[in-house]
Design a binder for this molecule. Structure first.
Ligand SMILES: Nc1ncnc2c1ncn2[C@@H]1O[C@H](COP(=O)(O)OP(=O)(O)OP(=O)(O)O)[C@@H](O)[C@H]1O
Ligand SMILES: [Mg+2]
Length: 631
């Protein structure tokens, strides 16, 4: 072992004895440190008459061996020092551990677990940093903590013995203050937690604690007034742009109103203004250059992103870059609000990550088109979780409806991108302050607005799937109207409602009306079956000459007022007509659509006497309504 290590081992041994409660020693250490501080102070006074720096040291306890000097008394002197002693108990020269690093509070989670420490320091540019570090990370050699602190600009001694004292300092420095830590951003009771601050007040300070000091995607440039005058004003009258902004405002309201997670997808041709809309949405929370993410992330990456955007908007661009095989699962993962359960090191199931978020995505094709490309069928659940909106607003201007005097869509796109580059982030924080302040009364207002939207844009008797998506759009509309009431947008009352309504109408048209998605897919499949096989695999019931039908699917007959009916054999019905669907549920849906003529007993199949088979057999009878209900 080298000298440094020997010394460090001796120091630690000494420290352990102090920590073990040798009271006399604690007093002694205290006295020594006080003395040392006095010496330093005197020295500083002689060289620097002004700006005396007060050394901070612990009053009592095991931390008495560390000393923090905040000011500069010559280059490199500020920092955390370790004051060790030799074998005879004589004080050694203080060992510089790192730049000033303050422990503001001990933190713990709601269940008195997940203890940690809230650290505060400045980087070499004088930029402040804060990180609530979980104590768990200090259980080993502290390497991860050092690495993260260095990454965030804390100067740490290159001397091995000194830098290893950092972990000890963090653990033994006495801290009386307490803070409540949470492991995800967003609502924590009455408080909304952002990476750098908690908005609102609770009984105690609430901080976000994580294994790494995250670089906040949230950032701010410019003012609310300028954002409203430049970005929001250009968005007005443009349904897709207003929609995007409202989307960004909506997530903090979702949990107040008890609404689900879910996403929206702007689909349209290249260079139509999709990413422009995403940039506008991003400008509510942070820089349009960094806030939007790309779909092309692994599923694990998505989980991380989802927890980092809990209760705010997650923006994902370029759906087509995502592996088509993963896209549907990703939509489920994000919208279901829960990640995979993973085993901890001890083999116990760790709590799966949870989140509630809205996400806004863009791409040249829809989720279902993409999945079809990969020979997968998007199920209704996936399509509902990621509501597809045609990015083209239908005015011949791409995603725009009006150009506000700009000569072209391209010019407006550039003006918008320019505006949000200069002005972003302030409006999100202003909005949060208002939402947190008024959260109790907002819950009812949001619920009422959502209901108003759903009533205005859906027909009575719409399917549960349609209502569910309409509620999500309604939440977005509500957020826009409330933000307008708070004078954050500068839009006329009703602007948000109308814009979101237009986007919902676009979704509904693409979804194919007010019915259930699966039912329509089933009908399409059934119709296609008769179109392809109607002439070849069905025998006539009335034929007098023997027919040769290969691979028979059933029979047909023409009634005078019933039109042509197809009688399908049970096995063919199950295996071919209902391929990919549950036969029972499919039969029920087909009866409801009037396509299958149910028997008198209410059963989906009926007993019919079939030529060549003799006794009666059960068959499924398809009436002419099959062709009538074609879209
Ligand atoms: N509505 C529009 N009409 C004409 N040109 C447009 C329109 N919107 C955008 N553009 C042009 O396309 C450029 C890129 O805009 P944007 O990033 O919003 O497109 P996008 O729809 O996301 O395209 P991509 O699918 O290729 O990502 C703009 O700088 C502008 O030149
Ligand atoms: Mg784009």
């Amino acid at each position: 072992m080298n000298d440094d290590l020997n010394t460090a081992a001796g120091d630690l041994d000494h420290l352990a004895r102090v920590a073990a409660g040798e009271a006399g020693e604690v007093e002694q250490v205290h006295a020594e440190v006080t003395e040392l501080a006095a010496v330093r102070k005197a020295r500083r006074k002689s060289t620097q008459a002004t700006a005396p720096t007060k050394p901070r040291r612990s009053g009592h306890g095991a931390g008495a061996q560390f000393l923090i000097l905040d000011g500069s008394e010559g280059q490199g002197s500020a920092g955390v020092y370790f004051v060790g002693r030799d074998a005879e108990g004589n004080e050694k020269a203080p060992l510089w551990v790192c730049a000033p690093l303050h422990i503001l509070a001990k933190t713990r989670g709601a269940k008195q677990a997940d203890w940690g420490r809230l650290l505060d320091w400045h980087d070499a540019d004088g930029h402040p940093h804060r990180w609530a570090v979980p104590d768990e990370l200090l259980s080993g050699d502290g390497l991860d903590v050092r690495r993260e602190l260095m990454r965030q600009g804390l100067a740490i001694s290159p001397n091995r013995a000194a830098r290893e004292m950092l972990s000890t300092y963090l653990q033994v420095w006495p801290v009386d203050a307490r803070a409540r830590c949470v492991e995800r951003l967003g609502w924590a009771g009455p408080v909304f937690v952002l990476p750098n601050e908690a908005i609102g007040a609770d009984a105690e300070l609430v901080v976000f604690q994580s294994a790494s000091a995250i670089e906040p995607a949230f950032s701010s440039a410019g003012t609310v007034d300028d954002w409203r005058a430049q970005a929001a004003a250009l968005a007005a009258g443009n349904s897709r742009m207003v929609f995007a902004i409202c989307c960004a405002l909506a997530p903090p309201l979702a949990s107040l109103a008890g609404e689900d997670s879910g996403g929206f997808h702007l689909r349209g041709k290249s260079s139509s203004g999709k990413s422009t809309a995403l940039a506008l949405a991003a400008s509510v929370w942070g820089s349009p250059a960094t806030f939007p993410r790309l779909w092309r992330t692994t599923t694990n990456g998505l989980e991380g992103l989802a927890t980092m955007h809990n209760d705010v908007l997650l923006i994902l661009d370029e759906l087509s870059q995502c592996d088509p095989k993963d896209a549907g699962d990703a939509a489920y993962l994000l919208a279901n609000g829960q990640g995979k359960t993973r085993a901890s090191r001890a083999g116990m199931a760790r709590q799966a990550a949870r989140w509630r978020l809205l996400f806004l995505s863009a791409g040249e094709e829809s989720l279902s088109a993409m999945m079809t490309r990969a020979d997968k069928r998007a199920n209704a659940g996936q399509e509902i979780r990621l509501a597809d909106i045609e990015a083209d607003a239908g005015a011949g201007l791409g995603a725009f409806d009006t150009l506000h005097g700009h000569p072209s869509g391209a010019a407006l796109s550039l003006a918008l991108k320019d505006a949000v580059q200069q002005q972003h982030g302030a409006v999100g924080v202003a909005w949060l302050r208002l939402v947190v302040r008024d959260r109790l009364k907002l819950a009812d207002e949001v619920t009422a607005l959502v209901r108003e939207f759903v009533d205005a844009y859906t027909e009575p008797g719409s399917s549960g799937q349609v209502i569910r998506v309409a509620r999500r759009f309604g939440l977005v509309a509500a957020a826009g109207e409330l933000a307008t009431d708070y004078d954050l947008t500068g839009w006329r009352g009703g602007e948000a409602f109308d814009a979101v309504g237009q986007c919902f109408t676009s979704w509904l048209a693409g979804f194919g009306g007010a019915g259930n998605r699966e039912d329509r897919a089933l009908l399409t499949q059934v119709r296609a079956f008769f179109e392809v096989h109607g002439a070849s695999r069905f025998e006539s019931m009335e034929a007098t000459v023997e027919q040769r039908v290969a691979n028979r699917a059933g029979f047909w007959r023409d009634g005078e007022d019933t039109g042509r009916q197809f009688l399908v054999l049970p096995e063919v019905f199950k295996r071919e007509l209902c391929a990919g669907f549950d036969p029972k549920a499919a039969a029920k849906a087909l009866i409801e659509a009037g396509v299958i003529l149910a028997g008198k007993d209410g059963k989906a199949s009926r007993s019919e006497r079939l030529p060549g088979i003799g006794a009666t057999s059960r068959v499924y009878v398809f009436g002419s309504k099959l062709w009538a209900c074609e879209e």
